[in-house]
Design a protein around this ligand. Sequence first.
Ligand code: PMP
Length: 424
Amino acid sequence: MSLSTRDSSIIWHPYTQMHTALPPIGIVSGKGAWLYEESGKRYLDAISSWWTNLHGHSHPYLAEKIHAQALALEHLIFAGFTHEPAVRLAEMLLGVLPEGQKRVFYSDNGSTAVEVGLKMALQFWHNKGEKRTKIIALKEAYHGDTFGAMSVSGRSAFTGAFDSLLFDVYFIEAPLPGREELALQELKSLIAEHGKELAAFIYEPMVQGTAGMRMMDADGLNALVEICQKEKIICIADEVMTGFGRTGKMFASEYLRMKPDVVCLSKGLTGGMMAFGVTTCSNKIYHAFLSEDKMKTFFHGHSYTANPIACTAGIASLELFEKEQSLKHVKRIEACHRRFADRLKGHKALKEVRLMGVILVLELEGDTSYFHSVRDKAYAFFLEKQILIRPLGNVIYLMPPYCITDADLDYIYSTLLQFLNEQP
Ligand code: PMP
């Protein structure tokens, strides 16, 4: 029996209507930007497998480091104990993160990295004895699928079944081009009315991913962060998607003059090798938890906190940034994207083309909706051409691993053009 058939009778897949979905494609190996079926048929992974993979699939350098670590120490309780990979990765991350990040807290994935960030901010005020309990988030944000992360995400089809159980959040306009002033005014009114309740502001720096790769104006976002910090509102940068070079800089927060108080990381953290999460914070946050009073402890942790194999993957991935000059490849890919974007100017099927780092976005004409019919059509069309994309409604985007070749990019571009030219 094929992998796909065995799967179909027992497995429940994420973000998948199991009643109508086609059987999943069974993949047995990956190399570079390509994924291989048992038959040898291959697919070009143009979205880095849900934005996780940075250096290519099954990268031998990462695999060897992971293998060696598994033989040395596979896991260890992280309360009362520590290990070299956790300390080394923390040292390396603090060396590259935006200025002011001083402490590293480990968890398991992007949603938990966000949960930890929110809990740090809320307990910061609790420990200080100030009743600041409300969070500000951007409209249509996406921060994950756990309850806290859903609460700070825009209410949508994803949250519909749970809306009545999510905590109240103040949503303000995202500072998209042309909406910067509106965002600023909404924040100012919120502060005027509820200033003393506001604990934290969480945002996806520069690009709102799941909302449709919506790109923000750096000055507009910077102004929001600046006002929040003046009001002592803790600024949480969710770099789960944008981190590790995706936007052209190591972290999207580098586009802003104002630096965050808390940063959430996952996805590319291990180069795409395994599940992992990190939340970092400034000393200001950290010091609010230091006390003789045990009740001020941060009571949060996961069984696999700081898993040594995951930490090792994180270290090896950062080493690859040096060894393979990954950020230069980001610039190479961005330049290819730009040339293609120029060719698309004025295409009748397109409402807008956006570009930042390795993220190229083609927004098709029509209403913006996650369930837009063009989504399934485009997904099937590209799979047929052996390219894996996963449009967000009418938004087709690319976010390839940094090892993708110019020839592979050209193949994707010509397929994109073919698809666009076939649109009514
Ligand atoms: N934050 C952002 C900005 C994300 O894009 C995602 C995932 N797409 C998450 C958080 C949640 O990460 P995970 O899926 O690993 O829980």
